[in-house]
Design a protein around this ligand. Structure first.
Ligand code: NAP
Length: 319
């Protein structure tokens, strides 16, 4: 089932900048009736449909007050997140990532679930391709995003019976403050916001909203759901509306590329032999045995260079 954005009430966390700000802009452009912009900073928006909420997602009281203020809601966008360079030697860094990226997201879902069940709504969790393959310079972030992705998958199964759809956004590098010190190709936030809402409107469960993340989609579906031919409807919930990944009318270009199809009558994509399949994702997630700089030369298969970003300096904590 798909969800049109037009006429919907939407809440976006971390809405004052980056992808969150772009999602507010795009939601308004697609005709959302009400947009709640959750921010930790004072924030004002010129559009009368936007209501600002003081919302630190680690603050139980603020989250509860926001849920009481909002009342009815169709779409919850869990976008707020932190990203710090670390090497897993500091437990505090891991806890900080988990507090926001996992437990903050969980807290928001708990607080807004009654409203979303009432509306038969959608939850959009902005995770990351780091959920699938750790980023070497920030394993704590990767752990938190992998956990948030797992949370998303579990809730998707648990909430389906209650009429709530739960989407994971497996975002690649985006041109925001979060990764401004990484000298890698990045997608503009507005384009990512459009990719996310396209995915939701097309009923996609796992959304790959940018060109880099789309290159992961084929590998992801084979690893995550080989028993269903890689369809994202896991555990037997095969989504027939996507056919055999050959594209359906109205399906986004990203989705078609992501699921490996090109046009409605293309033959089903050839499954990779087990050896090749195992090599691809495993290599991405193994710790580097050589200096990061040499990783690109080890790869036998094409892989986007931005997976091994070279830090240009320690970014500040955006919290
Ligand atoms: N940029 C990328 O390359 C990329 C790639 C994959 C996934 N993502 C994910 O996309 C999401 C948005 O990232 P972005 O690139 O837009 O980052 P960003 O520009 O750094 O913005 C992060 C947003 O999250 C908010 N935030 C942080 N901690 C919060 C908390 N405890 N409570 C409420 N809000 C909080 C920030 O608020 P303040 O302004 O108050 O700090 C800010 O609005 C994140 O979940 C991130 O992990 C980003």
């Amino acid at each position: 089932m798909s969800t049109a954005i037009d006429g919907k009430a939407i809440l976006v966390t971390g809405a004052n900048r980056g992808i969150g700000q772009a999602m507010v802009t795009e939601a308004l452009r697609r005709g959302a009736s009400r947009v709640y912009a959750g921010t930790r900073q004072p924030y004002a928006h010129p559009d009368p449909r936007v209501t600002t909420l003081a919302l630190d997602i680690t603050d139980e009281e603020q989250v509860r007050a926001a849920a009481a203020q909002v009342g009815s809601l169709d779409i919850l966008v869990n976008n707020a997140g932190v990203f710090l360079f670390d090497d897993l030697t500091d437990r505090g860094a891991l806890e900080q990532h988990l507090a926001v990226n996992l437990f903050g997201t969980y807290r928001m879902i708990q607080a807004f679930l009654p409203a979303l069940i009432e509306s038969g709504g959608d939850i959009i969790n902005n995770v990351s391709v780091a959920s699938l393959a750790p980023i070497p310079v920030t394993p704590a972030y990767s752990v938190s995003k992998a956990a948030a992705f797992s949370l998303t998958q579990s809730l998707r199964m648990l909430l389906a019976a209650r009429g709530v759809r739960v989407h994971a956004v497996l975002t690649g590098p985006v041109d925001t403050d979060m990764v401004r010190d990484l000298d890698i190709p990045k997608t503009p936030p507005l384009s990512v916001a459009q990719g996310i809402f396209d995915g939701v409107e097309n009923g996609e469960e796992d959304i790959f909203p940018d060109p880099m993340s789309a290159t992961f989609a084929d590998v992801a579906r084979q690893v995550l759901a080989p028993e269903t031919g890689g369809d994202h409807g896991r555990l037997g919930r095969r989504r027939l509306q996507h056919g055999d990944h050959q594209g359906v009318p109205g399906e986004s270009r990203t989705r078609r590329r992501a699921v490996g199809g090109h046009h409605a009558h293309a033959p089903p994509p050839r499954r990779r032999p087990i050896r090749a399949r195992a090599r691809h994702p495993a290599r991405l997630s193994r710790p580097a045995r050589r200096p990061v700089r040499d990783l690109g030369r080890q790869r036998r298969i094409a892989r986007p260079p931005e997976l091994v970003p070279q830090p240009q300096g320690q970014p500040e904590d955006h919290r």
